[in-house]
Design a protein around this ligand. Structure first.
Ligand code: AHR
Length: 332
């Protein structure tokens, strides 16, 4: 994909929104532990624009970032964009205005970031992408991208499906996609399709966004079931949507994990529990514990050190037996 190619390079004010330097920012849910950015206390100040609180993964990611900031003595200014790009842009502009030392964010969707990233560049504030990528051609707009390889995750889900349905003649697949236009939704779909499309017996017969939420996952799965089309396998782009779909499947009198097999991505505790209970068949891990690496990167970047343009998170895979084993010590 285009953005992947452009991630390889590494190069390295408009002040629009008048947002308070501390306390709560209505609309973006901002909060901060201190008053002035780059304040006199010598602490590194980071402005972090989070996607939202749409999933168990996101909640764990927020906790990881907030805890790591405290442990690393970083003054964190945090905002929750409620899955809206305009809120993230507003938050980033407020961080520029506050002259933070570094801006980090997980872009809700891939496109439309060049203007605000150029504003940060002009203000000489380094930007670090975490979790999700942007499709900007100008890679000098950010210093590094820390996060998972979503295409690989989709590949792994597809590879599991190929093994699981080795003896089947035809496999009808329903797909619950993540947020439309987001890197994980686009890349997981691509990675999964690349693998299953090698065998024409696999057909994605129904596919729609469930916006990475449990409620929407349930709603869309109900519609899929009502369509009357056969479903052998559900590919859910995250555990939360799979969990919502399980409710819909049970509501329709079917047995999740048996009548309809399920593969999903994340491996959050609730997903792992459903896997251990036999309601999900396989989960590809996507680690949200990015906080420690992010703080480390921020310190290096603000000290003018060179950092890798791409840092990929390590991830595992779980079947039902492995989920049972991993659950007691699962952190998130
Ligand atoms: O960007 C990571 C994805 O976003 C997670 O897989 C999903 O649960 C979250 O909402």
């Amino acid at each position: 994909m285009l953005k992947k190619k452009h991630l390889a390079a590494l190069a390295s004010v408009a002040l629009l929104a008048a947002i308070p330097a501390c306390g709560s920012d209505e609309g973006t849910g901002s909060s901060s532990s201190s008053g002035a950015a780059s304040g006199g206390d010598g602490k590194l100040t980071m402005g972090f624009a989070q996607v939202g609180a749409e999933s168990g993964w996101r909640t764990a990611n927020t906790t990881s970032i907030q805890d790591s900031a405290k442990e690393s003595d970083v003054d964190l200014k945090f905002s929750d964009a409620q899955q809206k790009q305009e809120n993230q842009i507003k938050a980033i502009r407020s961080y520029i205005q506050q002259k933070v030392d570094v801006i980090a964010f997980s872009p809700v969707i891939e496109s439309g970031w060049d203007a605000v990233l150029n504003e940060a560049k002009r203000a000489k504030i380094p930007v670090i992408l975490t979790d999700r990528a942007v499709d900007s051609k100008d890679t000098s707009l950010y210093k590094s991208f820390l996060g998972s390889d979503f295409v690989k995750e989709g590949n792994k889900a597809g590879e599991w499906a190929v093994k699981e349905f080795a003896d089947a003649k035809e496999v009808n697949i329903a797909e619950l996609q993540g947020t439309t236009g987001s890197a994980p939704a686009t890349d997981r779909k691509q990675g999964f399709t690349d693998v299953i499309s090698k065998d024409p017996k696999f057909k994605i017969t129904q596919s729609q966004t469930g916006e990475f939420t449990r409620a929407k996952g349930k709603e869309v799965m109900e519609a899929f079931l009502k369509s009357g089309k056969p479903i052998d396998l559900l590919f859910a782009h995250n555990d939360d949507m799979a969990l919502g779909a399980i409710e819909a499947i049970e509501g329709a009198g079917k047995v999740p994990g048996k009548d309809i097999k399920i593969v999903s991505i994340d491996a959050v505790k609730d997903g792992m529990q459903a896997l251990a209970d036999g309601k999900i068949n396989y989960i590809i891990e996507c680690s949200p514990l990015l906080g420690p690496q992010l703080m480390d990167l921020a310190k290096k970047v603000t000290a003018g050190e060179e950092v890798p343009a791409r840092i990929e998170t390590e991830e595992g895979e779980f079947d039902q037996a492995q989920a049972k084993e991993a659950l007691p010590t699962r952190q998130y």
